[in-house]
Design a protein around this ligand. Sequence first.
Ligand SMILES: Nc1ncnc2c1ncn2[C@@H]1O[C@H](COP(=O)(O)OP(=O)(O)OP(=O)(O)O)[C@@H](O)[C@H]1O
Ligand SMILES: Nc1nc2c(ncn2[C@@H]2O[C@H](COP(=O)(O)O)[C@@H](O)[C@H]2O)c(=O)[nH]1
Length: 231
Amino acid sequence: MASDTIPQILPAHEGNALARRGLMLILSSPSGAGKTTIARMLLEKDPHIRNSVSCTTRAPRPGEVDGRDYHFVSQDQFDRMADEGEFLEWAHVFGKSYGTPKAQVKSGLKAGQDYLFDIDWQGTQQLYQKLERDVVRVFLLPPSIDELRRRLTGRGTDSAEVIAARMERARSEISHWDGYDYVVVNDDIGHCFEKVKQILAAERLRRARQTGLIGFVRNLMEPDESAPGAP
Ligand SMILES: Nc1ncnc2c1ncn2[C@@H]1O[C@H](COP(=O)(O)OP(=O)(O)OP(=O)(O)O)[C@@H](O)[C@H]1O
Ligand SMILES: Nc1nc2c(ncn2[C@@H]2O[C@H](COP(=O)(O)O)[C@@H](O)[C@H]2O)c(=O)[nH]1
């Protein structure tokens, strides 16, 4: 295992004292603060977390790949999927529709699979209402509003009009910061990534997720029949 690979507790299977339930790591932030960048770093370094690929009605940006970055769908397709209950959550963001497909998240969690979600505060609230115990909510803040504008402009993927709309919405996005379990300022990308890694590592160790511990602890607490003087 490479030294910078992120360790995790083993996936759940019967008889494994280290088995655990998967978790849902949510990254939210105002547009341009860096959640896609952090998400990509995490997915590259950590083989135990899988990306939840959202559906969206917005057009692909240069370099974005259908099925990897998003499932790019028409408004009709999106509406049909929403009507048929195919989303775990969905919301309108910047005048477009975005939704998290149900796929195998629920069965995956049971099998110990972790999932990463790059979604906004509306989706976060919906996932928290449905799957509270599995959700870990992380909000990223930019170091300043000027730096946020610089990042959106420097990304070079959006028109001046789109950037203006996203800047306009940034303050209202930031106002939802207190609906999250963790808040990290994304100043230096390396430091920010380290903090998100630490959050993930600690959350994986939560007692409630460590389903394999029940049997393990029960065994540890059995009277020791081989001890000298035992009946
Ligand atoms: N700590 C950082 N320092 C400097 N630049 C950064 C940092 N983090 C991200 N960036 C850059 O800022 C730009 C926006 O980042 P990114 O696309 O990850 O934001 P986002 O929050 O996912 O935005 P959106 O919600 O619009 O998808 C990118 O060009 C990225 O390379
Ligand atoms: N509620 C949801 N929000 C989502 C989902 N997928 C992405 N998003 C959020 O939308 C904005 C804009 O994203 P962009 O890629 O167009 O810049 C950003 O805040 C994302 O986090 C989703 O499935 N549900």
